[in-house]
Structures are given as C-alpha cells and as structure tokens.
Design a protein around this ligand. Structure first.
Ligand SMILES: [Zn+2]
Length: 249
C-alpha cells in the first residue's frame, strides 16, 4: 500500500553503507519509522528530504512489516536554524519529545504544526527560547493525553489565589489554604501570572499559543515548571534536553 503524507524528520540512524532508518512525525500517521534505501548516496533525491529537521512531503510504501520511503520532496529545510548550535539543540529536544509522546498510526496534525511553528519561531529568533520551550512541552503533553487539570484547586474548587501549587505527580493544582492543611510533595508554587500562562498554553487556540509574553524571570520559572512536569510524565532523562542546557549555560 502507498501512503502520501507530509512530516518532519525527528530522528535518523544510518543502516549499513547506503541506507538509513528515519523517524518521521507525519500528519496522517503519527510517528512512522521508515527505511530510506540509498539515502547516503549524495546523488539520491531522497537524501536531503530525509535528513534530520527537514519537513518534507513523502510517498511511503507500507510493506508487510516495515515502511519504506518511496520518494520525498523538501518543503522546508530550516537552513537558518542549522547554523546555530543552541537553536539546533532546542529543536532536537522537541524532536525527541515528539518521538516519545506522539502516537503511531493516528493523525498528528496538531502535534506536527505545533513543532513546525516552534521551529519557525526558533529560527526567527525574536521570541524567547524559554517561552517556546514551555509552550511546546506543556502543549505537546496536553495533546498527547497528559493534559494537566488547571481549572481549580483539586480540594476546594478555588479558581485563583496569590499562590497556587502545581502538583507534579498528578498534574493538578492546589490553593494556598489547602496546601497549608495538607501539603503534597513535589508541589511547585505559582503566582497568578504563572498560573495564567500555564492555562493559556493548555487552553488557547492554536494560532494564539505563542502570543504572550512574561518578564524573563517569570519565563524561567514557567519553563522550569513545564520541564519538571514533562520529566515527571516521561519518567526518564532526556539526552537532548541535557545537551541543550549544557550549551545554554
Ligand atoms: Zn483549595
């Protein structure tokens, strides 16, 4: 069976001298692992469109037990991103996240456009990376079945307060009063601004997602909370995140 779709190459591994195995975040089939025959040959028309961080159109042949890329054409290479190590590192972290949380065999249009929009914004460089990172982390988890419940305090229903607590283990919130009565472990305090930003990331329309700003300190706190929640959900260390943070510091 032949499938036509578009997607972003989020991982590539060399197989032997000539071939490679790529992981593609596709629009129609979610995460797909597919072989690319002869991709290492520089004359191959499949070489560029199947390279890491390339967004391409694909014709994919679905065999008995594997997918094979039949042909591919570049839609966006993100050239200006590739020359900056820090930007590439952040982009690769997004790719690893997508490979871990996006489903296989299901439509992933929203996840794909989230990552593509994030890559365009990183490339342009006029939005803070901590904002883009927080948006991708929390929104991608929300789209993939790990949406935190940020509506109200889980004990008393309080909607807002000077300080609310985000409970990493359950992805729920607790108000200051309830926290004093029965403090939960792994709780991160949030002021009203941070909670508002978290709610915006989870509930806003796609096109408004990245359209907010916070002072730098608040952005760092936001990014710390969304990253902590991400690591708690995935229950593993992410090499790409570690690398990004090493470069940034
Ligand atoms: Zn409460």
């Amino acid at each position: 069976m032949k499938i036509s779709t578009d997607g972003l190459i989020i991982r590539q591994q060399n197989i032997g001298e000539q071939d490679k195995l790529v992981t593609i975040l596709t629009r129609d089939l979610g995460v797909v692992r597919a072989f690319v025959r002869g991709a290492k040959n520089i004359k191959s028309s499949k070489s560029a469109p199947t390279s890491l961080l390339c967004y391409s159109g694909f014709n994919i042949f679905e065999g008995k037990d594997k997918y094979i890329v039949d042909d591919a054409s570049v839609k966006e290479m993100f050239f200006d991103l590739r020359s900056d190590v820090e930007k590439v590192a952040l982009a690769q972290y997004f790719c690893e996240l997508a490979s871990l949380v996006c489903p296989e065999g299901q439509n992933c249009e929203k996840q794909l456009s989230l990552i593509l929009n994030a890559l365009y914004l990183i490339t342009k460089g006029n939005r803070p990376q901590s904002l883009i990172k927080a948006c991708v982390e929390l929104r991608l988890l929300s789209l993939s079945g790990y949406m935190p419940d940020l509506v109200m305090c889980r004990e008393c229903g309080e909607y807002s307060g000077d300080t609310m607590y985000f409970l990493l283990a359950t992805g729920t919130i607790q108000c200051g009063d309830c926290f004093l009565k029965s403090p939960k472990s792994n709780a991160l305090p949030m002021d009203a601004t941070l909670l508002h930003a978290m709610r915006h990331i989870v509930f806003s329309e796609d096109k408004k997602l990245f359209a907010f700003n916070l002072p730098e300190k608040a952005l760092e706190s936001l990014s710390y909370i969304t990253e902590s929640y991400t690591l708690r959900v995935l229950e593993k260390d992410l090499k790409t995140l570690h690398f990004y943070k090493t470069i940034k510091s």
